[in-house]
Ligand binder design. Structure first.
Ligand SMILES: [Mg+2]
Length: 198
């Protein structure tokens, strides 16, 4: 496996608590240790990219302005840990709009790869839903990591997988639609990534 240089991250249920269509910046709440985990990866020279489905915009539940306010709040919280995204994209569409950017579609990867000249063999994806796993696998990333936070437990169960007593468990590439790694949370995921970083 190539060494990992770039980490793609889901937001809700992975970095911050999933508040279900979050529109209020005061509701942005990091998981315990998440800010520090991102800070350690950033300080190790990894570039961090946020890729988030925000169908609440397409559903008319909140607007780009509210999303931007939440992004600014997240950036503020992460800055306290020395972490910042190299770039970030969100898909504003509702399911069924036929876009290519809604995960697991590859649109956000294609745009970020074009902007930054990224090689999927040097990338890892971290997320809590099947859409995140499908995104990482579909884009051909070196590693796709499912976290247990957010919807992670249910996602694993639906795949017939179980989180073990170990914070990080490597499945490898045993099944075409399984993540490569199961991690209790972003802290555990970041420790695995740091062990495989360039
Ligand atoms: Mg999520």
């Amino acid at each position: 496996m190539a060494r990992i240089r770039h980490v793609f991250l889901d937001r809700d249920g992975t970095i911050i608590k999933d508040k279900h269509y979050l529109a209020d910046p005061d509701g942005v709440e990091l998981f315990a240790g998440a800010g520090r985990a991102l800070g350690r990866m950033a300080q190790a020279g990894l570039s961090l990219f946020l890729v988030t489905n925000q169908s609440g915009i397409g559903r008319g539940l909140y607007g780009e302005r509210e999303y931007a306010a939440c992004s600014a709040r997240l950036a503020e919280l992460l800055a306290a840990h020395g972490a910042a995204f190299a770039d970030e994209l969100h898909c504003p569409h509702a399911p069924g709009e036929g876009c290519s950017c809604r995960k697991p579609g590859p649109g956000m990867w294609e745009e970020l790869a074009r902007r930054h000249g990224l090689d999927p063999a040097e990338c890892a994806m971290v997320g809590d839903k099947a859409a995140d796993v499908g995104f990482g696998l579909g884009c051909g990333f070196a590693a796709t990591i499912l976290v247990r936070t957010g919807k992670g437990e249910a996602t694993a169960a639906a795949m017939g997988l179980d989180f073990t007593q170990h914070p990080v468990f490597e499945l490898g590439a045993r099944a075409a639609d399984w993540p490569h790694v199961l991690a209790w949370d972003l802290v555990a995921a970041s420790q695995w990534v740091l062990r495989h970083a360039a």
